[in-house]
Design a protein around this ligand. Structure first.
Ligand code: NAP
Length: 185
């Protein structure tokens, strides 16, 4: 059983992330997937704009909006947003391996995240515990026809009152409007 671990800031989760989730399952790259919004991304220069609670809720809404055969194999996890201190992927991997000892953990990431993996906490140990699956962005990694969408682009468009209906799942966009998230940069 190949269990994908897809971590991200997801500030907010967007249609590019959802496209990737679908491709991973449709192409049989993983059998199941856990999507994990990060709690305290210590290597980033700036903190996420939305709270952990809001980012998790948006991930849950995006998962609920996936086609039912895909949705049945995807789970949003609150483990990192509830963990105190800096968030380390190794801790999440160890938790998953304890809960699901039968599973081979596949760490899913884009090429930007992969380029810094050598600097991650206990990176050698992390890399000994997982298979890494790098998704192509700008030509590097496995090609899933990634959509050219980023969370930064979505936040900037929202702050500029531009239409983001192509960038975000409908339910996520409704949530952002209800909570008035990303109204300013
Ligand atoms: P993010 O911007 O929220 O995006 C999540 C992931 O989706 C990234 O791997 C990103 O790839 C990919 N992605 C973004 N847009 C996409 C698109 N249109 N199509 C396909 N893929 C897309 O993620 P992030 O803030 O960089 O966080 C990445 C993860 O790394 C987090 O889980 C964080 O905890 C982890 N991390 C861990 C440590 C540690 O343990 N010490 C240190 C640093 C980071 P790109 O990377 O190419 O944008």
């Amino acid at each position: 059983m190949r269990l994908g671990l897809y971590g991200g800031t997801f500030d907010p989760i967007h249609s590019g992330h959802c496209h990737l989730i679908q491709q991973l399952l449709e192409r049989g790259i993983v059998d199941e997937l856990v999507v994990v919004p990060v709690g305290n991304p210590w290597m980033k220069k700036t903190e996420p704009q939305a709270s952990g609670h809001d980012r998790l809720r948006m991930v849950e809404l995006a998962v609920e909006g996936l086609p039912s055969d895909i949705r049945a194999r995807v789970r949003a996890s609150d483990t990192e947003i509830h963990r105190a201190g800096e968030t380390y992927t190794i801790d999440t991997v160890l938790e998953i391996k304890k809960a699901r000892p039968e599973a081979d953990v596949v760490l899913i990431m884009g090429s930007d995240a992969f380029s810094s993996i050598g600097k991650w906490h206990r990176s050698a140990e992390l890399l000994s515990l997982v298979e890494v699956f790098v998704v192509a962005r700008e030509g590097v990694g496995f090609d899933i026809d990634a959509l050219t969408i980023s969370s930064t682009m979505a936040r900037e468009k929202i702050a500029a009152h531009e239409d983001v209906s192509n960038e975000l799942p409908e339910s996520v966009w409704s949530y952002i409007q209800e909570r008035n998230l990303y109204a300013s940069k």
